[in-house]
Write a protein that binds this ligand. Sequence first.
Ligand code: PFF
Length: 455
Amino acid sequence: MQAKGAYPSFTSRLAFIIAAAGSAVGLGNVWGFTYVAGQNGGGGFVLIYLLALAFVAGPAFMAEMLIGRMGKASPPTALAKLQASTGSRLRWPSVGWIGLIGTLMVLSFYAVIAGQAMYYGLIALEGGFGGWSESAVTKLDADFKANPWAMALWSAAFMAFTAAIVSFDIRTGIERAGKVMMPLLFIMLIGLVAYSGHTGDMGAAVNFLFGFHEINFSSRLFLEAVGQAFFTLGVGVGGLMTYGSYMGDDVRLPRATFWIVAMDLFVALAAGLAIFPLVFASGVEPTAGPGLVFLTLPIIFAEVPGGAFVAFIFFLLLTFAAVTSSISLLSPTVQRLAEARVSRPVAACLMAGAAVMLSLLTVYSFAGGRGVYPLAAFGLNGMTAFDLIREGVSNFILPLSGLAYCLIIGWALKREVVRAALPMAEGRLFTLWYGVVRFIAPLAITALFIGAVVG
Ligand code: PFF
């Protein structure tokens, strides 16, 4: 327990790294990466994604955590403090507020997908999937999606779980959840890769993920790769800024950033190596899209030895990955409400409730509203409310907020101030990161948006 009234903090450097890695490692790594890579031609996409991680999203990730540590408050308040220190007349807190809206947008679809993962985990626990026919699996998915109540209920269950953890103080809630779930997640993932290597076609998976195939370079492909890099690290909505505000000044940020990005990358690639060998061995298409995890994979689980157990482990892993991220998504709004003297449990329930309400849009997109395109009149035909929310947040809010963080650190704050906030960073490393945050990342993001508008 911490002294009452003190600003919350993690107990150690490691606790911070685990929590931040928990935020980064999420549905994006397993559900997102595999299907986005699968749909975009494998190796070439992975390469662009790696460059985006190293030169755009990674440096912005460190900038976001640093802003949190310097401001020691929720995102809008931390940004207001930094703004006041410079005398700038721009409204920095609005970036924080947009981020808070972004957290609810992410949670709204996160909850639905994680809810389905929990439901499938339960079915697997009861011995489901093992020996099922393909039509039984297809029917399960179709029935679930045809039943908005079931989807909404599972989303609410997932959000209740998230809110329960966030209700506690930082050390007993978020910190402990990460310390329990993250090691288990790694063990399960490594076990699954070993299983897939044994049972599936690892050669084809490696070739698919790392080999170069025909790739259609387009501004949209770049936008997807950069959007995925931001989403997977969780940069741009203030979750990391909030965790950053809870970290001690003894955390060596460049090193912590390196380890978190490395863990995140490891999980994405390992998830690919757990999933694709099975996909290739059973001869189904790797380009199934969002349905890969809930349709293609369960069909495969039905056929492989020990399928029910493998399915249970897989969906438990997905649920853990989702929870350690969703707690970081709920944290910024809860911290902001705490500043307004709302207690953590009440704030967590309120914001989880708001996320569940918003999740009904995704529920609707998966159920009755599959063919409903709300913004068709504005040239966004073919996009459901879910598509608009997902792409809107990961391809726009995240990179644009990331751009704002880079401009704040690289241009608005004085170099000496930023240097002093990173006392333990090695000189050359600092210069490199500072240069990237000042020039390369902002230019890359701007070019990307100009490309998207023109192309
Ligand atoms: N990084 C998470 C994932 O890959 O699923 C998603 C995420 C978490 C986005 C936290 C934003 C955030 F603040």
